[in-house]
Design a protein around this ligand. Structure first.
Ligand code: HPA
Length: 235
């Protein structure tokens, strides 16, 4: 057990899907997994373990933002032996090449968080995905014929940011395609701790037009992304 996940050590699989929203964790467990057990409910941050086509997999809510995400990822890796972590979340697009409802396979993460400054000082570390997982996700997304892109995400500390427009311009100038609030921490921890990580994001809103995907469509695009995540991990 750990501070924020109260479970038996062996009750979490080495492969973990990580949605931000704990209700999405429940949705994934109910929709995709068999023989499911719920191993965590502390703070309502549900975690489940079950089987997808015979493969043991866990799904753990992480909350929003790098600090919350970091707590769950640290504990999953250090206390429960997680080896492959795949974030399944949403992002806002900043690129004409990434449309609403498309999937972004996040290759690397830019960041404005103080977390990596505190870790690395002036050293500008580049947090990247596991190449093997990224490559497999690319092949599965291509085969599925869905709208997707491989590119960088800007992991922001602030959803409501008074300097948001300025940061968007910088991000666009280096070809960064979308914004989320967690991927930089996932990729950084994965490298520090020697595990594999990937982020898949469905585009829920546009920073170009202000459009948002409605909740019903969000669910179906989210499901398409979970399909890609599970295929990436197990086939
Ligand atoms: N900003 C930050 N994170 C997000 C967004 C956004 O517009 N959409 C989904 N996650």
């Amino acid at each position: 057990m750990s501070i924020h996940i109260v479970a038996d050590t062996k009750s979490i699989a080495p492969t973990v899907l990580l949605p931000g929203d704990p209700l999405r964790a429940r949705h994934i467990a109910q929709t995709y997994l068999t023989d499911v057990t719920q191993y965590n409910e502390i703070r309502g941050m549900f975690g489940y373990t079950g089987y997808w086509q015979g493969h043991r997999v866990s799904v753990q809510g992480t909350g929003m933002g790098m600090p919350s995400f970091s707590i769950y990822a640290n504990e999953l890796i250090d206390s429960y032996g997680a080896k492959r972590l795949v974030r399944v979340g949403t992002c806002g697009t900043m690129s004409e090449k990434l449309k609403l409802k498309d999937i972004l396979i996040a290759q690397a993460a830019d960041c404005d968080s103080a977390m990596n400054t505190s870790r690395f000082g002036s050293y500008q570390y580049a947090p990247t995905a596991s190449f093997e997982l990224l490559h497999r996700a690319y092949e599965h997304a291509k085969a599925a014929g869905i709208g997707f892109a491989v590119g960088n995400v800007f992991t922001s500390d602030q959803f409501y940011d008074m300097h948001g427009d300025q940061k968007k311009q910088i991000a666009q100038s280096v070809g960064t395609m979308a914004i989320d609030m967690e991927t930089c921490e996932l990729y950084t921890l994965a490298h520090l701790k020697g595990v594999e990580a990937l982020t898949l994001l469905t585009v829920s809103d546009s920073l170009l037009t202000g459009e948002q995907v409605n909740p019903k469509e969000r669910q179906s695009t989210f499901n398409a992304m979970v399909d890609i995540a599970l295929l990436t991990l197990f086939s």
